[in-house]
Design a binder for this molecule. Structure first.
Ligand code: PHE
Length: 342
């Protein structure tokens, strides 16, 4: 018995492990229920009484020694390999992952350019709510009661309330500015607008506008024309020509539609300008005196002009996009093409 105990003591003493698996195998061999050391405790039952004390002591020492040794090796393994590997600590000397830079949405690029062009000549940006009441979207802007734009066909009303709708243009913001500020007023209002239109390559029920307003003493149609010519040249190039065609809006008198010379063919005609050499880009006109009065501005002292354009339309011309729906689909293959545009 003493021989066996000695042999096991030596084996435990000599044991080394490099992995948790080796350590576990050794523990099973020595200390598990069917292991060698518990087997010795079984044999101990047949030891004659005179020897029991001594052998019992040796056995307990062997068991304690083996248990301590295994614990010690386990601790070492955890320090050097196991737990650290498991936590998967990164190599801090590696170069960092490269995150690809995104691109601004083409509508944001276009809006920022339009804003920048007007900001350069003193216009400030104003914003307003997307949900509007009848007064700010229609009545203050001189829309007659029976005007078709108020019709359910065009306007998204909110619930059953006839006084609450999604704004159909950002002229509503300009009403708010005129009501709360005194002239001179020089402002542009970029924003999202809503109209109940069938979605196609040229129209959407949600789109974006930038509208502008300038009110002061003695503002004339010629001032408007010159400002819009400056805008067109900044936007589409210095050779750009503009043309104003008579039109109608309830809130301006006289009113006009503005065309720019085709930035794609430069004049002779192409499919984009439908072989006319001209592209329509905005509505404009002198603010109707009724609108000024509705907003608390004396129309005998002050006059002004207003204009409004669709950002999608400008972006389509700028980037030669043929289908307006692409701006809303958020297909990354489309959006990634605007990385270079700022
Ligand atoms: N509010 C008009 C529209 O949404 C655009 C416009 C603004 C026309 C200002 C004239 C003057 O179509």
């Amino acid at each position: 018995m003493t021989e066996k105990i000695k042999a096991l003591l030596q084996e435990v003493e000599a044991f080394k492990a490099e992995t948790h698996e080796q350590l576990e195998a050794f523990r099973v061999k020595m200390l598990s229920k069917k292991g060698l050391i518990p087997a010795l405790f079984q044999d101990f039952k047949s030891v004659e009484p005179a020897m029991r004390k001594e052998i019992g002591q040796q056995l307990n020492e062997l068991k304690n020694f083996a248990t301590d040794k295994l614990n010690q090796i386990r601790e070492q393994l955890e320090h050097t390999t196991g737990s650290i590997q498991n936590q998967d600590i990164p190599d801090l000397s590696m170069p960092a992952d490269q995150y690809p830079l995104g691109a601004r949405h083409p509508l944001s690029v276009t809006r920022n350019r339009i804003n920048g062009i007007f900001e350069k000549i003193g216009f400030v940006i104003s914003e307003g709510p997307e949900m509007e009441d009848d007064w700010h979207n229609f009545s203050a802007l001189n829309f007659p009661e029976e005007h078709p734009a108020r019709d359910m066909q065009d306007t998204f009303f909110i619930g059953k309330n006839p006084d609450l709708a999604l704004r159909t243009h950002t002229s509503s913001v300009q009403v708010r500015v005129m009501e709360s500020q005194k002239p001179p007023i020089r402002t542009i209002s970029p924003g999202r607008v809503f109209r109940n239109e069938a979605i196609s390559a040229r129209a959407h029920c949600i789109f974006h506008q930038v509208e502008g307003l300038y009110i002061d003493k003695g503002v004339s149609f010629a001032d408007m024309r010159q400002t819009l010519l400056y805008f067109a040249r900044e936007m589409f190039g210095e050779k750009t020509q503009i043309r104003l065609r008579p039109s109608f809006f309830p809130f301006t008198e006289p009113s006009a539609e503005m065309d720019v010379s085709c930035s794609i063919c430069g004049g002779p005609g192409c499919p984009v300008c439908k072989y006319t050499g001209w592209l329509e880009i905005m509505g404009c006109g002198m603010v109707d005196p009724n609108v000024l009065e509705n907003c608390g501005i004396d129309s005998k002292t002050y006059s002004g002009y207003a204009f409004g354009m669709g950002i999608e339309r400008i972006a389509m011309l700028l980037f030669q996009v043929k289908d307006l729906r692409m701006f809303f689909e958020n297909d990354l293959r489309f959006l990634r093409q605007f990385k270079a545009a700022l």
